[in-house]
Ligand binder design. Structure first.
Ligand code: NAP
Ligand code: F7E
Length: 332
């Protein structure tokens, strides 16, 4: 039975990846942090066979301890401060967790394997945010980086550390340069989930309006369930490499609003959405569109959920959740 350790198991991707690996017969270990992490119950409900290990990306000894307990064949480093907006407010912490955290995981593997890093396969969750002020469109594995946020800078550090350990220690270390991917498990702070939840609540009469930032921003949005499959495929190849994972399509926040409101039968959302300067960013990325040709040809990977279907799935899920929460509240 192969063994995998996932950091960030309580996050959107951690849950999908843990489910995927468990379904493939892996023994899955998930790193959890904090004294009493409220998300543990969700992880145990979604992945009943999960084995949880305590540790934190800011604490190297705990990561070495996690390697000793899990004895992993594969390590997926998904843990991070992943919200770009927060990264300007907590730039130092973002550097520590999202950037230095990668180096600590690599060091934990190096120490655990006594420098024979080829024994453990490593996946780093890199990001399209590294392209930032883009040098070419669409972006490929060869497009130079110009990050535009502390998050993007931290991810770029983690990306180059991964490349460096591959070149220095013969590590089987891969970086997945993933574009935005969403799902009903997405955190409420990200724009897709913020919109689908608000649309569900507005249609149920639980909320009056929605405040957003830049409505003209565009993203290349795919389904998280598809993207974790690409992570796994990267670690099954003969040699380690880096891959862009994306849909190759881009949509604006306005199109996101059109699709989400249409799902609940509301075609004119103009009076329901305000723009609020608090949600604008100090610097925006340019036009991010990924070219996933290499992932398609080498990994045999393709996205399966188109944009409209993804947003409709998220609205439907939020309608169910919000109806249930409202009914529970009425009973109290
Ligand atoms: P997410 O839902 O925000 O999950 C982040 C995870 O990191 C959570 O499990 C969180 O644990 C954990 N974490 C935070 N600080 C930690 C620390 N000090 N030590 C250990 N764990 C810590 O993110 P996601 O959407 O699943 O994304 C997974 C990874 O892919 C992230 O690295 C993200 O930056 C990257 N990425 C995401 C996208 C995307 O569109 N989703 C695209 C490109 C790259 P707690 O529950 O304890 O907070
Ligand atoms: O913003 C605009 C905002 O926060 C998308 C992370 O998973 O993907 C994600 O980062 C766009 C931006 O995601 C609001 O300005 C407008 O242009 O959903 P987001 P992100 O910043 O693209 C990358 C690939 C990652 O690696 C990250 O970890 O939407 N926008 N109004 C807004 N965004 C938010 N959050 N809230 C608004 O009110």
């Amino acid at each position: 039975m192969p063994r995998a350790l996932i950091t960030g198991i309580t996050g959107q991707d951690g849950l999908y990846l843990g489910e995927l690996l468990a379904s493939k017969g892996y023994e899955v270990f998930g790193l959890v942090r904090g004294q009493s992490n409220p998300k543990i119950a969700t992880v145990e409900r979604i992945i009943p066979s999960i084995e949880l290990v305590e540790g934190d990306l800011t604490d190297l000894p705990s990561l070495i301890g996690a390697m000793e307990i899990a004895q992993p064949d594969e390590v997926y480093n998904l843990g991070a401060i992943s919200f770009v907006g927060l990264s300007w407010k907590q730039a130092e912490l973002t550097g520590e967790i999202t950037g230095m955290g990668v180096l600590r995981v690599l060091e934990a593997i190096r120490i655990h394997t006594q420098n024979d890093m080829s024994k453990v396969r490593f996946y780093q969750a890199s990001s399209s945010e590294m392209f930032g002020k883009v040098r070419e469109t669409p972006q490929t594995e060869l497009t130079p980086f110009h990050p535009r946020s502390p998050y993007g800078v931290a991810k770029t550090f983690g990306h180059y550390m991964t490349v460096n350990y591959r070149e220095s220690y013969d590590a089987y270390a891969c970086s997945g340069i993933l574009f935005n991917h969403e799902s009903p498990r997405r955190g409420h702070e990200f724009v897709t989930r913020k919109v689908t939840r608000a649309v569900a609540r507005i249609s149920l009469g639980l909320q009056d309006s929605l405040s957003l930032g830049n409505l003209d921003a565009r993203r290349d949005w795919g389904f998280a369930g598809d993207y974790v499959d690409a992570m796994w495929r990267m670690l099954q190849q003969d040699a380690p490499d880096d891959y862009v994972v994306s849909t190759g399509e881009t949509h604006t926040i306005r199109e996101l609003l059109d699709v989400a409101f249409a799902r609940v039968g509301m075609d004119d959302w103009s009076g329901l959405v305000q723009q609020d300067p608090r949600f604008f960013r100090p610097a925006e990325v340019d036009l991010l569109i990924g070219d996933a040709t290499k992932a398609a040809s080498v990994l045999g990977w393709k996205p399966t959920v188109p944009f409209h279907q993804l947003i409709e799935m998220m609205v439907d899920n939020d309608l169910l959740t919000e109806r249930k929460l409202a009914a529970d509240a009425a009973r109290v």
